[in-house]
Design a protein around this ligand. Structure first.
Ligand SMILES: NC(=O)c1ccc[n+]([C@@H]2O[C@H](COP(=O)([O-])OP(=O)(O)OC[C@H]3O[C@@H](n4cnc5c(N)ncnc54)[C@H](O)[C@@H]3O)[C@@H](O)[C@H]2O)c1
Ligand SMILES: [Zn+2]
Ligand SMILES: [Zn+2]
Length: 337
């Protein structure tokens, strides 16, 4: 079978390798399409210390079950599925608290283990989510779950005003989830194209902070109070700080972004505003089920959210082009049919 292999930072090739064989605990899947995300780009650039080489990337997967489950009729041969690319150890503090999304010893497909950019993979049945979706939609489930999980962490309700900082793949998931909860949703970015996509996804208001002041615009939209919830989905020191500075008193701040440098804070605001400040990592099974429901109801502009769909043979070139010019692409998908 063909597989995309990152041999070393900056070098990806399509190679031929043996097909995997299902075991007692896993099912064999034929991969149909794989979405690329920022973490795959990081792997390609050699910027993720968790990645060793050679490594097969890819964890946003649409696949078809080859040999059905003996135990679960919902996982019959031929069923279209997406999957959760994480593992959980069952023993760490997160797992014991039934929060396996934040497992201390998580291994993500394509990061610590080989990923899905191959024609066939094997995977435990409990990681699979069958859904009545197109292959493109199946690939969008996992990236959207990350933003959905952050909205669940923020306990967002229809009474809330939520500002989402950053409208990349991750932020869009939070915008969709916040809108899905009935909250008034404000999208913040520096790129008008991203903001126009955010509106299609469900943002009622947008703020381009390269043209408008964030504080004034947020106060105008919230009767001078500030948003009840701010979700940070960028990962820069100034946006990490803006979240605690601009959120309402007694508001909630949820961080999804990974800051690449130290962030200095006026910690007085944590106390004075009596804030709930939370991290949000990966996603839980209920986030997968919610995203699938939203996509099955056709409430997400799938075609606007995907910029390119290419065959695996073109994957090495597109990785290079994306690495050279990240702003040119929103979401790249690789098909294996
Ligand atoms: N916690 C998790 O489980 C998890 C999972 C995946 C990704 N992440 C992190 O989430 C973050 C976002 O990921 P992504 O894939 O959506 O990234 P992305 O690069 O696609 O999106 C970032 C968005 O932020 C905008 N932006 C950049 N600087 C800005 C600024 N100063 N003000 C306003 N907008 C700005 C960009 O225009 C872009 O639209 C990253 O830090 C990533 O590492 C976290
Ligand atoms: Zn991803
Ligand atoms: Zn664990």
């Amino acid at each position: 079978m063909k597989a995309l292999v990152i041999k070393k930072p900056g070098e990806a090739v399509v190679e031929s390798m043996a097909e995997p064989v299902a075991s007692e605990d896993t099912l064999l899947l034929r991969v149909r399409m794989v979405g690329l995300c920022g973490s795959d780009l990081n792997s390609f650039r050699g910027k993720n210390p968790l990645v060793t080489f050679p490594r097969i990337p890819g964890h946003e997967v649409a696949a078809t079950i080859v040999d059905g489950s003996k135990y679960n009729p919902a996982l019959a041969a031929g069923t279209a599925v997406t999957l959760s690319p994480y593992t959980s150890c069952g023993k760490c503090a997160s797992c014991l608290r039934e929060r396996p999304n934040a497992c201390q010893f998580n291994e993500t497909l394509g990061v610590q283990r080989d990923g899905a950019l191959t024609e066939y993979i094997t995977i435990p049945a409990e990681k699979l989510y069958p859904a009545n979706l197109t292959i493109k939609e199946l690939c969008l489930v996992e990236p959207l779950t990350v933003g959905f999980h952050a909205v669940a962490r923020g306990r967002v309700t229809a009474q809330d005003t939520v500002a989402v900082l950053g409208c990349g793949g991750v932020g869009l998931g939070s915008i969709a989830a916040s809108h899905f909860c009935g909250a008034k949703t404000i999208a913040v970015d520096v790129d008008d194209a991203k903001l126009s996509l955010a509106r299609k996804v469900g943002a009622g208001h947008t703020i381009n902070t390269s043209k408008e002041p964030l504080r004034r615009s947020l106060l105008d939209l919230t009767d001078g109070l500030g948003p009840d919830v701010i979700i940070e989905a960028i990962g820069q020191p100034q946006t990490f700080r803006a979240a605690v500075e601009e959120v309402a008193f007694t508001g909630r701040v949820v961080y999804i972004g990974y800051a690449k440098e130290l962030v200095a804070y006026e910690t007085r605001l944590f106390v004075q505003k009596e804030l709930d400040i939370m991290g949000s990592r990966n996603a839980l099974p209920q986030d997968f089920r919610q995203v699938i429901r939203m996509l099955e109801e056709r409430r997400f502009p799938v075609d606007d959210a995907v910029t390119s769909v290419l065959p695996i043979l073109e994957a090495p070139d597109i990785l290079r082009a994306w690495s050279d010019n990240p702003a040119r692409f929103t979401k790249i998908m690789i098909h294996l049919d």
